[in-house]
Design a protein around this ligand. Structure first.
Ligand code: SF4
Ligand code: FES
Length: 265
């Protein structure tokens, strides 16, 4: 069902139940958001997407990612109070992740250059002093990839994200989905001849699959096993062990041969 909501005085059409953050992004209204990804359920952890509901069943400040659109809802994204709260949050994130360029840039956009809060000390931090504990990596690994290789460790100011007991974890598929969703690019991994080393995750080592045709390493073995099992229709046996480039070449070669056979008849 199509409904109407109002963002900063402008009417917007949407589907009932869509999140206000999704609608705002579609309409080109900028709302900062760190813990939201369209592939995951709304979480409401980072609080960056605060907006003010001025007309609706529950007025006041709330998170746009968890706020569902309903007919007649009116919100404002940049009241003085919202801007004040956003600045305080950015100061907190500057303290939590003092090395994050993403946080520094957003803070600077809001006129914040330093923080009043004590900066977290990260001796030999595998997340490079850039993690804001948004939880996206944990959720994508668990809820989308089904691996659950990483989780929250410790409590309060000592909370961190890593593998259980900081040990290499063979549940890791090496897919890198965690790094893709991380809003601060905190997660590091590297491919070193035949092995993907998840540097941020206790140096977990994942073997890479070698292309049967060109010999290049192209994807983590456990990830290809996971992906091939899910493909429907299933990947054909003759291209299973080929890298994407060689797969394309093989399919083109087959198509040319088939055409040539047709022409010859
Ligand atoms: S590593 Fe990145 S995605 Fe994971 S919690 Fe930290 S900031 Fe979020
Ligand atoms: S994006 Fe809404 S609370 Fe994090």
């Amino acid at each position: 069902m199509t409904i109407q909501i109002t963002i900063n005085g402008n009417p917007c059409s949407s589907e009932a139940g869509e999140s206000v953050l999704t609608i705002a992004r579609r309409e080109g209204v900028e709302i900062p958001a760190f813990c939201h990804d369209e592939t995951l359920a709304p979480y409401g952890a980072c609080r960056m997407c605060l907006v003010d509901v001025v007309s609706g069943p529950k007025k006041g400040v709330t998170t746009a990612c968890t706020l569902q659109a309903m007919d007649g809802l009116e919100i404002i994204t940049d009241t003085p109070e919202i801007l004040r709260l956003r600045k305080v949050l950015l100061e907190l994130y500057l303290a939590q992740a003092p090395k994050s360029k993403t946080i520094k840039a957003l803070a600077a956009q809001h006129g914040i250059k330093k923080t009043r809060f004590a900066k977290k000390v990260h001796p030999e931090d595998p997340l490079q002093g850039q993690c804001i504990l948004c939880g996206l990596c944990v959720r994508v690994c668990r809820d989308i990839m089904g691996a659950g290789a990483i989780s929250y460790i410790g409590r309060g100011q000592f909370t961190e994200i890593n593998t259980p007991f900081y040990e290499e974890n063979d549940a890791c598929l090496g897919c890198g989905a965690c790094a893709q969703v991380c809003p601060t690019q905190a997660i590091a991994f590297e491919d070193i001849t035949g092995t993907r080393v998840m540097k941020s995750w206790s140096e977990t080592k994942v073997p890479l699959k070698q292309c049967a045709a060109c010999g290049n390493y192209f994807a983590p073995v456990p990830f290809t096993a996971y992906a091939y099992e899910k493909l429907d229709p299933a990947i054909r046996d003759e291209i299973r062990d080929l890298c994407p480039d060689c797969r394309r070449k093989e399919m083109t070669r087959k198509a040319i041969l088939l055409r040539a056979e047709g022409v010859g008849r």
